[in-house]
Every structure is written in C-alpha cells, then in structure tokens.
Design a protein around this ligand. Structure first.
Ligand SMILES: CC(=O)SCCNC(=O)CCNC(=O)[C@H](O)C(C)(C)COP(=O)(O)OP(=O)(O)OC[C@H]1O[C@@H](n2cnc3c(N)ncnc32)[C@H](O)[C@@H]1OP(=O)(O)O
Ligand SMILES: CC(C)C(=O)C(=O)O
Ligand SMILES: [Mg+2]
Length: 573
C-alpha cells in the first residue's frame, strides 16, 4: 500500500546523520543477559543536579538510605566540590557510624581542576570504600567551544586530572580507605571512537590498572544521540580495542534524550558492558538518566535476579517522590498507578481467563500459583511481586466487556458467573457506562448487581417473595415442595412436585400462572468451612424472555429456589 505521508515543514536541514560503526562481525546481537550487572545509582548526583530545588540534606539522606535498603552497592553521593551542602552530606554519612554499610562503595564526581579535585578527595577522608569519578568532555564541539583546545589539550586534561586525583588520594586518604578511580570521557556518544579510546588509554597509562587495581571507564551517552544498536556497536568496539580489558570495569551511563535509554543500556550489556549507572524512575538531566527500576524489573521479568529488592515498589516510589518533589507518571513501567490495570474488554477477558488457567494448572500440579511460571495475558509480571494487589488489575468503563465485570465479581465477591450470565450483566453495566460515562468502581458494580438480581429485604420488589419452604423426596424420587410466599401482594402457599426441588418449584409456579422453563443451572461454593455459602445460577425462559437469576444461601436447595425467584422477579420488573 502506498505511503501517503507528505513532507513536513520541519527544518530538517539543521540536523546531520549520526555515524554508524564499521563493525560487520559484531557479536552483541547474539548475546543474552543472564546475570545482573554491577549497578551504580547516581540519584544523589546526576539526579540531584537536575532538580529545580536540589535535595536538602534530610532528603538526600532519605534517598541514600532507600538505595542502601534496596541493595545498591555503588552509590554516587554527590559533587562535593560544588558547595557546602554536598560536601557536608558526604562528611555526614562517612562520620556517622554504620550509615554506609561495609559492602557499599560511595562515589563522588569532580571536574578535572586541581582545586576541585583536592576538595573532592578531602571529602572522602575516613571512608571505608570510596571512588573518585573524574570527567571531562572529549567531543569535537566541546573541544572547540568549551575548552577551545586541540585533541592533545583535551587528553592532557584527563591525564593531569587522573594524576592529581592519585596524588591527593595518596596525600589525604589513609590506609582505612579502599580507594577506587573512575574516568568518564563525557559526551562519549559524540566523541570519535578512536579518540575516546586514545584518551582512556592515556588515563590508564597514568593510573596503571592491574591485578587488584581496577579502573572504571564509564562511557556516557551524556546526550543520547543514536539508536541503541549503534550505541551497542560502540561498546563492542571499545571493549575489543581497550588494552588491559581484564582490569577495566566497562560502565554504561545512558541518558534518555531519544527515549531509548533502557534499550541502550541493555544492548550495551550484551555488547560487553559490566556496569550500569542510572537513577530510580529515570530521574536525571533533561529527559533523565536511564531508569534503574525498569532495568532491574526487566531482568526480574525474564527470570534473572536483579539483586535489587523491588518488592515494595510503592514505598520506593513514595520515598523517591518525597526526595525529588516530583511525581511518577501513571504509565511508568512497573510502578505507575495504571500499569497493571486494563479497562478494555478483550484485555480483561484474557486476563480473567489467564488467572483461571493459572489456578487450574496449579491445582492440576498440586502446587500453588506462586510455584508455576507466570502466564497471565497483558500482565508481564505478577503485580503481587512488587507489593501490588489484584484490585486494580481490572477497572471497568465504557471500553470494558463481560470479562472485566465478571472478574470484579469473582475477585471481590467470589461469584463466578456463567458465561451467558456474564454477557447479560455486562450489558446492564454497559448501559450505565454509556449513559453516565467514566469508570464504574467495584462497589458500583456490586450495587448494580444486587439491585438487579438479589432481593432487597428493606424494599422487596417483584411478583414473588418467598418465606419458608419444605421439600420432601419420596421413594420414587419425586420431590414435593411446599412454600409460603407472597405472590402479587397476596400471601399464599405454593405447592408442586417434580423430579427435583427446582422442577417442583416450577410446577408450583405454573399453578399461579407463572410459566417458567429451566434452560441452564450452575452452582458453586463461595467459601470453605462450616459457614460456606453456595451460589446458584438459573437461566429460565419466562413468557417470551430468557434471563438469569441468582440465589445465595448456605443450603444449595434454598440457593437454587432463590435463583428461580430472582429470575421470575426480573422477568416481571
Ligand atoms: C554531564 C554531567 O552531568 S557533568 C556534571 C555536572 N554537574 C555539575 O556541574 C554540578 C556541580 N557543579 C558546580 O557546582 C560548579 O560547576 C562548580 C562549583 C563545580 C564549578 O563552578 P565554576 O568554577 O563556576 O565553573 P563552571 O561550572 O562554570 O565550569 C566552567 C569552567 O570549567 C571548565 N570545565 C568544565 N568541565 C570541566 C571538566 N570536566 N574538567 C575541567 N574543566 C572543566 C570549563 O571549560 C570552564 O572553564 P573556563 O571558566 O576556563 O571557561
Ligand atoms: C559525569 C558524566 C558521567 C555524566 O553524568 C554524563 O556524561 O552524563
Ligand atoms: Mg549524566
């Protein structure tokens, strides 16, 4: 079919193509991610520096504690040379016994300027594990516009900065500090690959990584500029060409300018990266850093342990919202208010069938649903695994069908409506949503259901109200029924016989001019134990109408008689 799109008036001439990488024997597309990478949270640095109102010390501390609790072992805690707030925060967690667990490494960022480096290293005095992270931009525009220098000048900034970090670490930090070093060629994404490699090699020549002396080389997509596949090609190229690769922790730091940071991080891992830097819920400069929650949960949903605890995602979100003074979007993967919710009919139908199938499969295997592989349509993970309930999984509006309404009744009231009754009731709900618009809540649905099918003792309606009944079965299997009832406002006694209590009741009704025929009958228990209730569903042809009734009672015979009454009354309503 022809593409009928027309040229736009957008100024496309202002933008150039991003260079591809010449790496035809790339191997990353065939790799699988089978284990969690090293994670670094930069919420307290890259995340914080992007806030309108940077975090107060109290908020920083809340976020730090949250990150520790979740299991992050590398946390960038600030830019101590930026001012007193960040410096004092770093000092406060180092000085408070137990604030930084022994297995957590804190990291701090600095520009490659001597005064800033000195202050940065000074902030780390007494820390058990600490990394200084030095950066300078290496891309052509930055060389020309920001630093106004040649490639060699820019490389020299990185080399001198590295040497200064080592000198100040030697001078200011004692043996109690396990010291680490990280270098980032900022704007790696726009830096010529061979020059990024040259700068990283020059930095390594100074730092001399080796056995027991790792260097972290972090290759940031400071501004995301390419498809994730080209980003992965660049990582594979760097990984292949770096010397001393076994002593290098190759780190990825995607931003989300093109909206593909998560994919960029995942493909970079496939291309050989060892470590990911990002922020919870994608906080960070402009469109954000890569979202560590989505990345971790993506692993989880594929059966790979992220080694981070997301089991109370709403608590994590609350802390994050408090610390950042921002709100998580309702569609945010894994955490948004609506991400486990379906409004539309075919989705709800499939979800309900999925839950039913999980229960049946687990029962067949003699285990619980938590012991079998998750396979519910439209729900990539079990919401319970992140602390959510099933309550919001299905919500009903004008786009919903029978499956959604049936799900709500089953989930909230243990009523498993027969399929044709689902269709009948869903039309009643649809009439309401079409007329009124908006959502019908679970309690709205229940109110409509009660009004439609169940007697209201306070305000009885319909042709019949039944009080007491007796049923006896003789030796030939004939049931005789005697029921005290009110029919059309008059107290009367109904009697009838048949080959079961329901047909005996139909016989009794026929004698007072109510012509009802049984079409279908289903029942199920609603709960277990001595006080168990049963639900009976009866489909009847009454005059020229076909309709359902329901009865709920501890006694199944009474439940079925109530169901007949429900249908008869509805027919005359
Ligand atoms: C991609 C990133 O996220 S990088 C991290 C960015 N984060 C931050 O900057 C937050 C904290 N920063 C700050 O508070 C301030 O920048 C400070 C206090 C550290 C420094 O402030 P100032 O001294 O006023 O310098 P300013 O930030 O404007 O830096 C610009 C100067 O540093 C130079 N510079 C910038 N980055 C670097 C670097 N990585 N290494 C060396 N020099 C650098 C610039 O060329 C410029 O030099 P010039 O004045 O000679 O033209
Ligand atoms: C400091 C560096 C790593 C950075 O945040 C970036 O380039 O985005
Ligand atoms: Mg960044």
């Amino acid at each position: 079919m022809a593409n009928r799109q027309q040229p736009s008036s957008m100024p496309i001439h202002k933008y150039g193509r991003y260079d591809q990488v010449d790496i035809p024997d790339r191997t990353w597309p065939n790799q699988r991610i089978t284990q969690a990478p090293r994670w670094l949270s930069t919420d307290l640095r890259d995340g914080n520096q992007a806030l309108i109102d940077p975090m107060s010390p109290e908020r920083k501390r809340r976020m730090f504690d949250q990150l520790v609790k979740m299991g992050y072992k590398e946390i960038e805690v600030g830019f101590p040379a930026s001012g007193q707030t960040d410096f004092d925060f770093v000092r406060s967690i180092i000085e408070e016994p137990g604030a930084i667990p022994d297995d957590v490494t804190i990291s701090v960022l600095t520009q490659a300027r001597e005064d800033l480096i000195e202050r940065t290293v000074e902030s780390l005095k007494g820390a058990k594990r600490a990394t200084v992270h030095l950066y300078n931009a290496t891309a052509p525009v930055f060389r020309r516009v920001v630093f106004r220098g040649s490639k060699d000048d820019i490389k020299q900034i990185a080399v001198d900065g590295t040497r200064l970090v080592m000198e100040y670490a030697e001078k200011l930090l004692g043996p109690e500090t396990e010291f680490g070093y990280q270098y980032s060629p900022e704007i790696f994404t726009d830096t010529e690959l061979d020059f990024a490699l040259e700068v990283c090699e020059a930095v390594m020549d100074v730092y001399q990584p080796g056995p027991g002396r790792e260097i972290i080389l972090n290759l940031p997509a400071t501004v995301e500029r390419s498809t994730p596949s080209t980003h992965a090609d660049r990582f594979e190229w760097m990984g292949r060409n770096l010397t001393r690769r076994e002593y290098v922790c190759l780190s990825v730091h995607p931003h989300n300018d093109r909206g593909t940071a998560v994919a960029a991080a995942e493909l970079a891992l496939m291309a050989g990266a060892d470590r990911i830097e990002g922020c919870l819920f994608g906080q960070g400069e402009r469109t954000g850093n890569v979202d560590l929650v989505t990345l971790g949960m993506n692993l989880f949903s594929q059966g790979v342990d992220p080694q981070i605890d997301f089991s109370d995602i709403d608590e994590i979100r609350r802390t994050w919202e408090y610390c950042n003074q921002m709100e998580v979007h309702p569609r945010h993967p894994y955490v948004g208010d609506l991400v486990y919710t379906s409004f539309s009919g075919s989705h709800q139908d499939a979800i309900k069938k999925g839950f039913d199938a999980m229960e049946a499969d687990a029962a067949a295997k003699g285990v619980t649903v938590d012991d079998i592989e998750w396979a519910v349509p439209y729900l990539p993970i079990d919401p319970k695994d992140v602390g959510r309930s099933y309550e919001a999984v299905i919500r009903v509006n004008s786009q919903s069908g029978k499956g959604g309404v049936a799900y709500v009744l089953k989930n909230d009231h243990k009523l498993d409506l027969p399929r044709r009754m689902q269709i009948e009731f869903s039309k009643i709900i649809q009439a309401k949503t079409d007329a009124e618009g908006g959502e019908v809540t679970g309690s709205d649905i229940w109110a409509v259901f009660q009004d439609e099918y169940l007697p209201n003792p306070a305000n009885p309606w319909g042709r019949i109200q039944v009080r007491n009944g007796q049923s006896t079965t003789d030796t030939d299997g004939v049931d005789t029924l005697r029921v005290e009832a009110t029919v059309d406002g008059e107290d009367t006694v109904l009697t009838g016989s048949g080959n079961g209590p329901i047909s005996a009741f139909f016989d009794a009704l026929a004698k007072v001019g109510i012509d009802a025929r049984l079409l279908d009958y289903q029942e199920h228990t609603m709960s277990e134990g001595a006080s168990a209730q049963a639900a009976s569903y009866i489909e009847c042809a009454i005059d020229d109408k076909v309709l359902w009734g329901i009865g709920i009672d501890a006694n199944t015979t009474r439940a079925s008689l109530k169901a007949v009454v429900s249908a008869v009354n509805r027919a005359a309503r």
